[in-house]
Design a protein around this ligand. Sequence first.
Ligand code: EPU
Length: 334
Amino acid sequence: MHVQQQISLKSYNTFGIDMPAAYFTEVTKPEDIEALATLQQPVHVLGGGSNILLSAPVHGTVVRNCLKGIAKTAENDTHIWLQVSAGEVWHELVMYVVANGWGGVENLALIPGTVGAAPIQNIGAYGVEVKDVLTEVSFYHLENKAFVTLPAEACRFGYRDSIFKNELRGKVFITAVTLMLTKKPVFNTSYGAIEQELQAMGVQELTVAAIAQAVMNIRSSKLPDPKVTGNAGSFFKNPTITTAQYEQLVTEHEGMPHFPAGEGMVKVPAAWLIEQCGWKGYRRGDAGVHNRQALVLVNYGGASGGEVWQLSGDIVASVQERFGITLEREVQVW
Ligand code: EPU
């Protein structure tokens, strides 16, 4: 492995934050993995850099996971199992699956990032989460120096959450995930604007390709392209509150949207809360709140990680003051 020193991470994070790493290297082949123990510690694993905010210079070594490969590991009349290396680009995998007509990930088209990052925050969109199709996660345990395969049931998947964000945070180098895809797709078009978009596209017969295209159209109309404007997708999670708290709040804030979130709980869109507090389209220096989706913080070019962090803190404080709801950051702060 070739290790570089004092490298700017600007081109390795979709927020486009210019922050140095003391050491930087890439894992491109399985033989590199055991050498991770010899690197300057701590090791910070980087995928597509699409869910991180770099708030301070990174000490230790940033390791970019560039492991590639897609292998069919099993197949029956109804399903197909693919083992996908962690460094594959998620959207490219979705396009490959869709081109084969297999179902399961079409609603997750155009999510930035790598396959290895997908289970960490249990990526989700339009009514589907990666946990719905994932059967196993394989990783190298950096402390135990052992290769482990964890079945999905042991990954403690939750809403934008998993064991990899908690107990195993910073301790693993994910090598591959296994996905179970269906040959007889069950379409999930009930969420948000999918049906409407399919109609606008003039789709007569539902296919995984049509759904993926509808999702891509919706996403590109609302979410900023990180190649043009730095961002890391949703900056906050949608908060879950009790139904009782919601019923109290809605008497003071008419029209407050909500979605069911299990027995006695509802989810409130953070974007709505942020917009109500007047932040949508707000800009301070080069840090801002996207003007078409208030949940997305943006870097117009020269914002520092500290400036984005500060803005996010001000948003949290104002939502707290107005609604008594604590927003939690969805991005990982380094
Ligand atoms: N809304 C506003 N103002 C806005 C945007 C939205 O009030 O500026 C309200 C509307 O009431 C709307 C509701 O928020 O109905 C939900 O908005 P949207 O469907 O755009 O989704 P979201 O809840 O804001 C979540 C995910 C997205 C995912 C979409 C679609 C989280 C944190 N975010 O956003 O995921 O693409 O649903 O499924 O759960 C990501 O995680 O990075 C991400 C982009």
